[in-house]
Design a binder for this molecule. Structure first.
Ligand code: FAD
Length: 409
């Protein structure tokens, strides 16, 4: 072999990492390795046992563990190394890994970061009160209930109404637990509206326009204080609190590296092919757009893997980098930069979520010129994709960024 240990090293074995490994192996790339810090591969779906994965990829709903098994079959020749944490990323494809046998430095021609996202736990939300037991996130709850067959409480409250909050509700239901309440800061749920019916069916009240002011309890949680928008205060009796959603990219490795990050979101910048500011490193899946459905991440991994195979074969063409900016009402957008080929029009897809419901035109401008406009019905839970937006080098040359806006211009 050359001075490289691998052609491609993928960090993270969730749906996006497996997708990339599959496309690379289908493209004939041989030296692929997937590093996974846990003892089992699969990322989040490995502990999400209800049938809520696979509608796009397998055209039927299946449980997280079965979903991962089925995806793994598509890349059987790829080597996965579990209990291996990537601790440091450096230029020129070098990385440090911590394995059960010790720390090693290895080198790959291309690295794909697929490290996923995590929910914001209590300390990240600055919720006051003491530190009783029974405070958790949906991911940790699923590891208790589905993984260890243990229920840490009998009537917890769920904070948030994102899709994952209803995943928490489903997980509790499978253990025979009816939560005391769901708490939502705005006047409607963040997930698709029918999800609220699920809560109603299970007789779980949703407190809208409500903010937690304190968690009560010394050793074990015994209640939540909430403040409602009209100024009223209420106490909800509960023996646990599940902080769900408010995802942040699990990007500690990227943050400590030479990669350029978006100063506001602290997510690594990626181009239309998921290549970061370092052309030898791609970043995919929830690590760059926390958080999308498993199928979206898998499909994205496939597309990124295909591109990396092309880069290994042909190299990256000469390009110019143009930044993508967006209105404050847009939560997250990918790509965040565009690599434009010289003298050619480049067509890109731009995906994003919104902070609050919006119906109307979504406009993409390059400087003063509108290059794409389409009417969209946007909901926070829905991933919106603008397809084939045409960008040309000449227009990008005056350093004007590409701007995505929610406005009838
Ligand atoms: C609690 C919860 C429930 C969900 N429920 C659903 C659902 O029902 N249906 C659905 O479609 N989507 C669901 N989602 C979203 C879905 O699971 C994710 O979109 C999908 O798993 C993201 O895939 P990923 O590959 O980007 O990241 P992940 O699945 O998060 O995988 C990332 C992997 O990288 C590994 N890793 C991270 N850092 C390192 C490192 N430094 N070294 C080595 N390995 C590392 C992690 O251990 C992990 O295995 C849920 C998400 C959560 C949090």
């Amino acid at each position: 072999m050359s001075s490289h240990d691998y052609d491609v090293a993928i960090i993270g074995s969730g749906p996006s990492g497996i997708g990339a490994a599959t496309a690379l192996s289908e493209a004939g790339i041989k030296g692929i390795v997937v590093f996974e810090r846990e003892t089992e591969i699969g990322g989040i779906p490995r502990h999400t046992h209800h049938p809520s994965f696979g509608l796009l990829v397998f055209k039927r709903p299946i449980s997280g563990p079965k979903y991962i098994q089925a995806l793994r079959k598509r890349c059987q020749s790829v080597r996965f190394e579990t209990r291996t944490t990537v601790t440091t990323l450096r230029k020129d494809g070098y990385m440090e890994i911590a394995t059960p046998k010790g720390v090693k430095t290895i080198r790959a021609k291309h690295i794909i970061l697929a490290t996923g996202a995590r929910e914001t736990p209590r300390h990240g939300r600055l919720t006051s009160g003491l530190r009783p037991q029974g405070i958790t996130t949906t991911g940790a709850l699923q590891q208790f209930i589905y993984g260890a067959n243990m229920a840490p409480f009998s009537h917890p409250a769920i904070v948030g109404t994102e899709l994952v909050s209803f995943s928490a509700l489903w997980t509790l239901r499978s253990a025979g637990i009816r939560p005391a309440a769901m708490i939502e800061e705005s006047s409607r749920i963040t997930a698709y509206r029918p999800a609220a019916l699920f809560a109603r069916l299970l007789r779980v009240p949703i407190y809208y326009n409500s903010k937690i002011t304190q968690i009560d309890g010394i050793e074990k949680a015994r209640g939540l204080e909430i403040e409602i928008a009209d100024g009223r205060h209420e106490t909800i009796s509960c023996d646990g609190v599940i902080f769900s959603g408010k995802f942040v990219g699990d990007n500690n490795v990227a943050r400590a590296s030479h990669l350029t990050l978006n100063p506001t979101t602290e997510l690594p910048l990626v181009d239309q092919n998921w290549v970061s500011s370092d052309p030898d490193i791609s970043v995919i899946g929830n690590a760059v757009h926390p958080a999308d459905m498993g199928d979206h991440c898998y499909i994205e991994g496939l597309s990124a893997g295909k591109t990396v195979a092309e880069i290994l074969r042909d190299g990256i063409e000469d390009y110019e980098v143009v930044e993508i900016t967006h209105d404050a009402g847009i939560k997250l957008a990918a790509p965040s930069i565009v690599r434009l080929k010289r003298q050619e029009e480049t067509k890109i897809n731009i995906s994003f979520h919104v902070n609050a419901p919006y119906s109307g035109n979504v406009t993409v401008k390059l400087g003063d010129e509108i290059v794409h406009q389409t009417s969209k019905r946007c909901r926070p839970a829905r991933r919106i994709t603008l397809k084939n937006v045409p960008i040309t080098e000449a227009k990008g040359r005056d350093k004007c960024p590409i701007h995505v806006s929610l406005a009838d211009i």
